[in-house]
Design a binder for this molecule. Sequence first.
Ligand code: NAP
Length: 289
Amino acid sequence: MAKVAFLGLGVMGYPMAAHLKHKGGHEVTVYNRTVAKAEKWVAEHGGTLARTPAEAAKDKDFVFACVGNDDDLRQVTIGEDGAFAEMKKGAIFIDNTTASAEVARELAAAASAGGFDFLDAPVSGGQAGAENGVLTVMVGGEQAVFDRAKPVIEAFARMVGLMGPVGSGQLTKMINQICIAGLVQGLAEGIHFGKKAGLDIEKVVEVISKGAAGSWQMENRHKTMNAGKYDFGFAVDWMRKDLGICLEEAERNGAKLPVTALIDQFYKEVQQMGGNRWDTSSLLARLEK
Ligand code: NAP
């Protein structure tokens, strides 16, 4: 049993922290900017409530964070009352936010100067994956640090992989999002075309999903897309944040991402349609407007 803190009890963090307590058997302290969520968590799960990230981090062996973007992450780590001021020597800070590889490297350097370690560890698997404790975790950092953290991370994960030095977890998550973006547009176009052609989409998917066109997105989203329902997962606002991170990194490393750039603009149009909180399959709504 370790002493653990969790910063950021959002859609993802709330259940992840609960798995650390119940499945991992750790002593868990939680911090959330909106304190009511932390109060609710402690009422449901026990544990301890901290009023600031610094207070949460004090004397802990592992400190997790799952907040919004780079700036939010800087705020809870090196900002006022940030966790880094109180990190114990030899402790590990594990960041589950989807952020840039740059901020991971920046924070790893700050951690090293403070005598503790940092791992970037973004996740995939969505809300359901977090609630069921079956997330995929893509980690960047040193092998020895990873080996110490892995058994703790496994409380909320089905797959935990070390991808390379600090930043590599975020780079892997970028590839994950790049692979999804174009694929969802392809699926949206297929369904759109099928409807125009007067075919029964259910029947079409039943047949083609068993062949080379099959995908997780097709399997899990075709029904709701066909029904014009877009409230089933990862929000367009989050996807645009993630694609922005991918496109910035591609400018740095010279990768060509023409489809990703185009889909990012399509999602911008979905936002203009009022779809900020719709799920990413709402690319179909854009075709049907
Ligand atoms: P969310 O429900 O919006 O929660 C965000 C959390 O971060 C909240 O606890 C929020 O506090 C906190 N936060 C944001 N900015 C902050 C700041 N400046 N200072 C302190 N706390 C701050 O988001 P989520 O869906 O859990 O996503 C969290 C991260 O996981 C994001 O990077 C997202 O891209 C990534 N992710 C999400 C999914 C998904 O399906 N949702 C899947 C994979 C990865 P308040 O409660 O006070 O607002």
